[in-house]
Design a protein around this ligand. Structure first.
Ligand code: AMP
Ligand code: MG
Length: 418
């Protein structure tokens, strides 16, 4: 397990901005070092352990980009059309029988290697065959037209994928194009997940009148799975300091991160803070974001601990801004801070300067084809429907105090936050 120092999450200020949080996490969390080799088929979503340089050029050989006729450009009259005898035929996967003869054309197909001497290809749609079977080539085609030179995509030896890349389907395709069957990735990080609260019961269990089903744990586990973590589902802990402390201590050694929800406010029945302090160290990060509540950051036997607030929306948002960067840092991923996309606000909003606010919103296409963000009508931090019925979050920066309809705002789709 990555061992972190007890004070690694210490923070001097009274309120922490999202940027401060991300910077502290990136600077102080160390990545797991273990490397494993995975079959390319299982590489999607994994974190590349070392950069990959191109072992061969792409494309590997110069080839035709179209079905047509390959010629030497130097043989062509620049403007007039001219008939060339067709000698030879090269299909994709075959090699040319010989060099193209001066003044001749070679029938060629997409992906077939260029015959020696040929440097330009006429598309079959742009030519005709005359009565003598010659191909009539129009004038005016540029040298090198419709040819894909070896290495035009990626030259041999160039760095094609950086260490820490969280592999996407297109990255996997690149590995395959290089002929790689296996990829070295960091091992998955192991995350222990607990919910806390006497009022919670697991779905499927009998529910007393004053109880509700635990939803946060399932949300967190789903988000962690998307981030490529191995998740240990450790169920629900009661609001009891001793049992919290014992449970957290027990799992620290075998996990890279411990995650809880609930019990981190400052009420008398919020025992997570005290429970963590019994077995490790803890700081409360008061984040300058809304929705959001204090996030508890701690270290238990060298393993980072994050305690999220219990309200589902606060828990979702703080997951996106604190847990997600921590998971990526532990996993050895290059940080990819989600980039808000500009959309037009279709709502009015007032906010305090100095904190960042996230407005749950649905996108719609306006009459002029621009995307507009429509604010969810209610704001409660407990409303799961507000997450379910929207497409993402409008991010309103610290400097903003008001939003008027028509103003451009930044929008983050949920897919970019999970
Ligand atoms: P807490 O942060 O423990 O004070 O909880 C704040 C609110 O979130 C309370 O109304 C809790 O019942 C609710 N809550 C806490 N944990 C969960 C959970 N795992 N699933 C759904 N709601 C929760
Ligand atoms: Mg609670």
């Amino acid at each position: 397990m990555a061992q972190l120092s007890d004070d690694c999450f210490a923070f001097g200020g009274p309120m922490m901005s999202v940027d401060d949080a991300v910077a502290i996490i990136a600077a102080r969390v160390t990545a797991v070092q273990d490397i494993e080799t995975v079959d390319l088929r299982h590489a999607d979503g994994r974190i590349l352990a070392a950069g990959i340089s191109a072992p061969l050029p792409l494309p590997p050989f110069t080839n035709s980009a179209v079905d047509g006729y390959a010629v030497r450009h130097g043989d062509l009259p620049l403007t007039a059309e001219q008939a060339f005898p067709v000698t030879g035929r090269v299909q994709a996967g075959a090699s040319a029988q010989g060099p193209v003869e001066p003044g001749h054309a070679v029938r060629i197909f997409t992906g077939a290697p260029m015959p020696e001497g040929a440097d330009t290809v006429f598309m079959q749609e742009d030519v005709r065959i005359d009565e003598a079977g010659k191909v009539v080539l129009p004038g005016g085609l540029k040298a090198g037209a419709n040819v894909r030179p070896a290495g035009e995509d990626i030259a041999a030896g160039t760095r094609a994928l950086p260490a820490g890349q969280r592999l996407r389907p297109q990255d996997v395709a690149l590995g395959a194009a290089f002929g790689l069957m296996h990829i070295e990735v960091r091992r998955r990080i192991r995350v222990a997940v607990f919910s806390t609260g006497n009022e919670l019961v697991a779905p499927g269990a009998p529910r007393a009148a004053a109880q509700l089903y635990d939803s946060n744990r399932f949300m967190m586990m789903a988000m962690l799975a998307r981030l490529g973590c191995d998740v240990s589902d450790l169920g629900i802990l009661p609001d009891n300091r001793a049992s919290l402390a014992a449970a957290l201590k027990k799992v620290a050694g075998a996990h890279d991160l411990i995650l809880t929800t609930g019990g981190v406010s400052t009420g008398e029945e919020d025992h997570v803070k005290a429970g963590v302090e019994d077995v490790g160290t803890l700081v409360l990060w008061r984040m300058a974001i809304k929705p959001g509540r204090p996030v508890a950051m701690g270290i238990i036997d060298g393993t980072p601990f994050i305690g999220l607030p219990g309200n589902p929306v606060a828990s979702f948002v703080t997951f996106a801004y604190v847990v997600r960067p921590t998971v990526l840092a532990l996993a050895g991923a290059l940080q990819q801070n989600p980039m808000p996309m500009p959309v037009r606000a279709a709502f009015t909003y007032r906010k305090k300067a100095g904190r960042r606010e996230y407005v749950r919103a649905t996108l719609r296409r306006a009459a002029d084809d621009m995307l507009e963000a429509v604010k969810f009508p209610r704001e409660g931090a407990g409303l799961l429907s507000s997450l379910v019925q929207t497409d993402g979050l409008v991010e309103l920066g610290e400097g903003i105090t008001r939003v008027e309809p028509g103003q451009t705002v930044g929008f983050l789709g949920y897919a970019s936050l999970t």
